[in-house]
Ligand binder design. Structure first.
Ligand SMILES: [Zn+2]
Length: 577
C-alpha cells in the first residue's frame, strides 16, 4: 500500500484528535441523532430526473453534499410497503424478517390480517378500543433494537408514518414509540404495545385540532393551478387519509408532528445516539392514482424536496447537522401508468384482478368438481389459498398451490412460485429465482407468488408496484453526515446495506438477520497503519460474494469506524448546535 502526503496529514490529524478528545465515553463520539427518511413509493430514477429542479438543502443536501447510491435495488419480488420498511430496518429480505406482504389470509382466524395488526393490543389516542398494532410478526430485529441493546436502552427510537405498518415495522420491538394516524380524522395514534396513553405533547397536538387545518386547502403547482383540494365532499366528514394523504400537505403534517416529537422527546440530547425513522406516505397515496410521469407527481416530488429542506434546517438548529446522520431511501418504486407505457408501444395493461380471482376459482371448481372459494385473497400477483376448501376435496398444500399457480398462468401470469416450493429452497439458479427465494416467509399461510408480465398492473385504474422488475425495485439510497464522503456512487447497492453500514459506523451489532454489506466506498479513506491502535478495519473489507463491488479508487483502504468518531468528536467540541 502506498503512503501519500495526504494520508500522512490525515494520520497526524487523527493522532492530534485522539490526544485532545480522547475516548472518555465511547458514545460521546457518535452522532446524537440518526434520522432515516423512507419515502413511500419513490423510484430510484427521480433524483436524476429532477436534478436541475432541486432547490438547496433538500435532496441536494444528500445528493451533492452526501453519498448518493444511484443503483440501489431490492433483490426480492414482493415490492410492497410492509416488506420494504421491514427490509430497510432489519437489513434482511422477507426470508429473514418474515414480512412478505401488507396483508394476508389467516386460515385460523378466517380473516385477512395486516402485517402489523396485533389483537393483543389496542389503539391509543382515539376512543373505541379497536385492536392495535405491534411488530409481533417480525422474525428479525431492527437497527433500533440493536441500538437499544448496545446502550442498555439509553438510545431512544421512534417511528412516524401515516400508515401503521410503515411506522411499526421500521421502529422495531424495543422502540419508545411508533406513531401513525387514524385514517378518518387524521389524529395521531399509537398502540398499547408502546404505552397506555399518548404522551402529553401528542395529546396537545391532537386536541389543538392540528389535523383540521389541513382540510379545505388547495394544493397548487408552481403556476398557481389547483391540482387537488382537501375539501370534504358534500360537507360530509372527510376521510383525512385519502383527502389530505394524496397531497403534499400530508407530508407537512408528518413533519409538523416529527418536529414536535424531536423537541418534546429531546431527541439528540440524551446520553446515547437516538434514532428517528420518518416514512412519508403521501407520495404513495398520490402515486397510485396519477402515476410517476404525471405533472402532479412532479409537483409532489418537488414539494417533498422543500419539505425535506425545511426539516433538515430544523435539525440543524435543534441538534446541529454535524451531530446528525441522515439516510434516505424508499420502500419500493412504481410502474408507469399502463396507458402511458402503452402509448409508447410497450406491452402495458391494466388487469382487473377481481375478475382474475373469480376466473381462477371457477376454473378450480370445475377441475376439482367441487365449487368453492379456493383463492381467498388475491393481491395481484400474489394469491392466498383457502386450506379449508382444499381439505374438503382432499388436496394437500403442495398440490393446491400448483393448481392455483397453473390457473394463474392460464389467466395470464408468466410463471409462479409456491410457498412450499420456496420453503424447500427449490428455485432455479437465476437472478429471478433468487428474488423469489428472498420473498419467502413461513408466515402468511398457503400462497402462490405469481410472476406478472412487466407493465401489467393488477387493477383497472391507476398504477401499482409489487413486481420483481426494476421499476419497482429501484430506489434511492443516500447518506449525509460526517463519515460519508460526498459523491455519486454507481456500485451495486441494496436497501439491506443501509443498516449494515450504519450499525458498523455506530460500532454496534447488525440486526439479527442482516445480510447487507458495509458501503465502504463512501466512507472517509483512512490508510491502514496511519494509526492502527484500534484495529478492526478488516470487518469492513468489501468482500461480499456475488456483488460487483470495486473500490472507488486504487489504494483505497476500507475506512475504519474511528475515522467517523474522530471527526464527529472534533465538530461536537466546536459546539455546533
Ligand atoms: Zn403503494
Amino acid at each position: 500500500m502506498r503512503t501519500s502526503p495526504r494520508s500522512l496529514i490525515l494520520g497526524l490529524l487523527l493522532c492530534l484528535a485522539l490526544s485532545t478528545a480522547g475516548y472518555s465515553s465511547a458514545y460521546n463520539a457518535r452522532p446524537k441523532l440518526v434520522v432515516i427518511i423512507v419515502i413511500d413509493q419513490f423510484r430510484g430514477d427521480y433524483p436524476e430526473r429532477y436534478r436541475d429542479q432541486w432547490g438547496e438543502g433538500g435532496f441536494r443536501l444528500l445528493l451533492e453534499h452526501g453519498a448518493d447510491f444511484t443503483d440501489c435495488n431490492y433483490n426480492y419480488a414482493n415490492t410492497r410497503t410492509a416488506p420494504g420498511h421491514a427490509t430497510l430496518l432489519t437489513g434482511a429480505y422477507s426470508n429473514g424478517h418474515g414480512i412478505m406482504a401488507n396483508e394476508w389470509w389467516d386460515a385460523q382466524k378466517k380473516a385477512t390480517v395486516a402485517a402489523a395488526d396485533d389483537d393483543q393490543t389496542k389503539l391509543v389516542g382515539i376512543p373505541g378500543g379497536a385492536p392495535g398494532a405491534s411488530p409481533h410478526n417480525l422474525l428479525a430485529d431492527t437497527l433500533g433494537d440493536e441500538l437499544k441493546l448496545a446502550t442498555q436502552g439509553k438510545s431512544r427510537v421512534f417511528g412516524i408514518a401515516l400508515k401503521d405498518r410503515a411506522s411499526v415495522l421500521s421502529a422495531g420491538f424495543a422502540a419508545d414509540g411508533a406513531y401513525w394516524i387514524d385514517r378518518a380524522t387524521g389524529v395521531w395514534i399509537t398502540s398499547t404495545y408502546y404505552r397506555n396513553e399518548l404522551p402529553k405533547w401528542a395529546q396537545d397536538f391532537n386536541s389543538n385540532k392540528r389535523a383540521e387545518k389541513y382540510l379545505n386547502q388547495e394544493w397548487k403547482d408552481s403556476n398557481g393551478n389547483v391540482l387537488r383540494t382537501t375539501k370534504p365532499v358534500d360537507g360530509k366528514a372527510g376521510n383525512f387519509y385519502d383527502l389530505v394523504g394524496s397531497t403534499p400537505l400530508a407530508n407537512d403534517y408528518e413533519f409538523e408532528f416529527a418536529r414536535e416529537l424531536t423537541t418534546y422527546e429531546k431527541l439528540g440530547n440524551g446520553p446515547a445516539t437516538d434514532l428517528l425513522i420518518i416514512s412519508l406516505s403521501a407520495n404513495d397515496i398520490l402515486g397510485h392514482k396519477v402515476g410517476p410521469d404525471s405533472p402532479e407527481m412532479q409537483a409532489m416530488v418537488l414539494a417533498t424536496d422543500r419539505q425535506l429542506a425545511g426539516f433538515f434546517e430544523f435539525l440543524g438548529h435543534q441538534i446541529g447537522l454535524a451531530n446528525t446522520w441522515i439516510a434516505l431511501s424508499a420502500d419500493h418504486g412504481i410502474a408507469p401508468l399502463p396507458r402511458v407505457a402503452a402509448g409508447l408501444r410497450l406491452p402495458a395493461v391494466n388487469i382487473p384482478a377481481d375478475k382474475m380471482r373469480a376466473q381462477v376459482n371457477s376454473g378450480l371448481s370445475t377441475r376439482l368438481s367441487h365449487p368453492a372459494e379456493y383463492v381467498k385473497q388475491f393481491d395481484y400477483p400474489v394469491a392466498w389459498l383457502n386450506p379449508e376448501a382444499f381439505a374438503a376435496v382432499k388436496v394437500n398444500e403442495q398440490d393446491a398451490e400448483r393448481y392455483v399457480g397453473d390457473a394463474l398462468k392460464q389467466a395470464g401470469l408468466r410463471s409462479y412460485y409456491t410457498r412450499s416450493q420456496l420453503e424447500r429452497g427449490d428455485a432455479p439458479n437465476t437472478e429471478l429465482g433468487l428474488k423469489y427465494l428472498h420473498s419467502y416467509s413461513p408466515l402468511a399461510g398457503w400462497y402462490v407468488l405469481g410472476v406478472p408480465p412487466p407493465f401489467a398492473i393488477g387493477f383497472v385504474g391507476g398504477t401499482d408496484h409489487a413486481s420483481p422488475y426494476n421499476y419497482d425495485t429501484h430506489v434511492p439510497l443516500a447518506f449525509y453526515g460526517l463519515p460519508f464522503q460526498a459523491g455519486t456512487y454507481r456500485t451495486h447497492a441494496e436497501p439491506v446495506d443501509l443498516v449494515a453500514t450504519l450499525a458498523s459506523l455506530l460500532g454496534i451489532n447488525v440486526p439479527t438477520h442482516s445480510i447487507g454489506r458495509v458501503l465502504t466506498e463512501m466512507l472517509a479513506p483512512l490508510r491502514r497503519g496511519a494509526n492502527s491502535s484500534g484495529g478492526g478495519q478488516e470487518r469492513n473489507s468489501p468482500t461480499v460474494e456475488g456483488r460487483n463491488f470495486k473500490p472507488a479508487s486504487e489504494g483505497f483502504a476500507p475506512a475504519e469506524p474511528k475515522a467517523a468518531r474522530v471527526s464527529t468528536t472534533k465538530l461536537q467540541m466546536g459546539g455546533t448546535r
